[in-house]
Design a protein around this ligand. Sequence first.
Ligand SMILES: [Zn+2]
Length: 299
Amino acid sequence: MRSVEVIVFCLGRECVYRRSGGLGILNLKWFGSDLHCRWPWLRWDPEEIPWRMLPNDQEGEVTAIFSAATSVCLGDGERAKFWTDNWLPEGGSIATMSPSLLSFVKKPSRTVRDALQNRSWVRDISRGDSVLAIAQYLTVWDITQNILLTPGVPDHLQWKLNEDHLFSVKSAYNMFFLASVRFACYKLIWKSKAPPRCKFFMWLVVHRRFLIADNLERRGWPSNGYCPLCLVTPVDCTHVFVHCRFTQQVWLLFRDWTRTDFQVPEDRFSNTEDWWLQARKLVPKPMRRNFDTISILIH
Ligand SMILES: [Zn+2]
């Protein structure tokens, strides 16, 4: 059962880092693709390795990750592939810059040095009678006019995701989360002193994924749609934890009992996250971690 749960989690938000609103569970599919990037990286190792000449059957995802994360510093042009490697002076490859032209290239395996010699790259193109391909052909022609190779200096591969320009699986995995937004309740939940199961429960509540009537119905599970505390319908996570009269009464009693000053849940808050972020503003900073912990435990 546990392995089934892990597989289900790995399909959604749960694989996102905690600071971005997920649970930080490793996505094994992405991680496997990142691990496989080590092979094309090692193929660029300056030391001669016996298996370098073996067939290089890369998966599509691995090729895409590797291509996005690397660039080639041209030397003598004997290793960089003219059509597919990222050797262009302004970054990128001819394949990404001129996909229409590339579709007319039968064997895009020519090296940069070979291709620039007597413009032999032109002979790789067969037909190419579309207007877009002709425009891209002229662009490539202009770019290749100004390329100067340095004989005796081997081409060098750089990993763009690390400052030292060396490959690491971690940096490749992080690339999947470059566009993620910081989760406002990250510290509130995960830096609190509450037990892990309570933190997880609060994570469900903040993301409105707690199994109350609306979420039960979405899964096709039986539910009468009533709030179990005040018998109001329809009910959802925001009602139970913010708008429910019973919940609000609990928080009022707690505030009176502790003689502290914070915003109790009210109807004007749109959800649990909205209330929680507002409520802790009135709590002195040194006490906020304790307040977060208590908030989770009361939920
Ligand atoms: Zn209620």
